[in-house]
Design a protein around this ligand. Sequence first.
Ligand SMILES: Nc1ncnc2c1ncn2[C@@H]1O[C@H](COP(=O)(O)OP(=O)(O)OC[C@H]2O[C@@H]([n+]3cccc(C(=O)O)c3)[C@H](O)[C@@H]2O)[C@@H](O)[C@H]1O
Ligand SMILES: Nc1ncnc2c1ncn2[C@@H]1O[C@H](COP(=O)(O)OP(=O)(O)OP(=O)(O)O)[C@@H](O)[C@H]1O
Ligand SMILES: [Mg+2]
Length: 251
Amino acid sequence: MEKEIQQKIQLVVDWLRQQVDDSGTRGLIVGISGGIDSAVVANLIKKAFPDNSLGVILPVKSSAKDIEDGILVCEKCGISHFTIDLTLQHDELIKKVIDELKNENLYDEKNLRIMDANLRARLRMSTLYAIANNLNYLVVGTDNAAEIYTGYFTKYGDGGVDLLPIASLKKQEVYEWAKILEIPQNILDKAPSAGLWEGQTDEIEMGVTYNSIDNYLAGKPISQGDKSVIERLHRISQHKRQMPSFPKMNI
Ligand SMILES: Nc1ncnc2c1ncn2[C@@H]1O[C@H](COP(=O)(O)OP(=O)(O)OC[C@H]2O[C@@H]([n+]3cccc(C(=O)O)c3)[C@H](O)[C@@H]2O)[C@@H](O)[C@H]1O
Ligand SMILES: Nc1ncnc2c1ncn2[C@@H]1O[C@H](COP(=O)(O)OP(=O)(O)OP(=O)(O)O)[C@@H](O)[C@H]1O
Ligand SMILES: [Mg+2]
């Protein structure tokens, strides 16, 4: 099992090198949250490009623990890293948007939380691309198979990336790779969270466990209730997995 995973890791590392070569870029960048998905990706890009890989910690009102864990992940695998705190920029932009919507009598308070959350993810994406443009790097995403299938990501936020090296891995496989990559145990022990609001966890928000999604993706039996939840999430997020629609015209 361990040997098999090592071989798969090597395949992905080679694939990353090939993608950079083919694109005429010089290296790879990833956002580091202190969670397991970005920890695995940080290790993969560091293996692919020991001198041309970068982890960026981008707090937006993030907990001190998550920031500390992000730094720990980077130090453990030796990847170059720095922190850019986006809290002020996020708060200023959201205030401007809310003020203007209020001025126009358009503001809907009940959508504040999701608007605030997705703006965090999109500010991170913009920041990573600004750095990538400057360094001539590709932006690497961290979405796994369960997140992609259910659409559990922000469109053009954490979903706005150039490469998805762990997109074929079920969440359980992400844990298996993390162990082989010797990612610190406390990162493995944390409940998966987008960290977009206080107390948020992926499984509570999705209404289904990663275990169930993994089983569904593997074609194993799961409860009818879980199946309905997963299929609904997949259906309503179809637009996130494709290019924007456009009218077909002969011009
Ligand atoms: N049918 C359709 N065709 C084309 N576009 C459609 C559409 N329906 C909505 N849209 C567009 O998509 C937007 C909604 O999508 P989006 O903006 O992504 O927003 P939405 O899917 O509502 O929210 C993102 C979800 O991903 C979660 N998330 C985000 C970031 C990271 C993580 C994590 O695991 O770390 C999780 C977050 O907690 C939340 O549950 C709409 O505002 C609209 O612009
Ligand atoms: N504070 C942050 N700084 C930099 N990047 C972030 C931050 N928060 C989220 N991201 C980026 O968004 C991605 C999506 O977050 P997600 O929560 O799905 O992954 P994770 O935190 O790495 O893993 P998990 O939460 O499942 O343990 C992260 O992997 C990371 O690349
Ligand atoms: Mg997370």
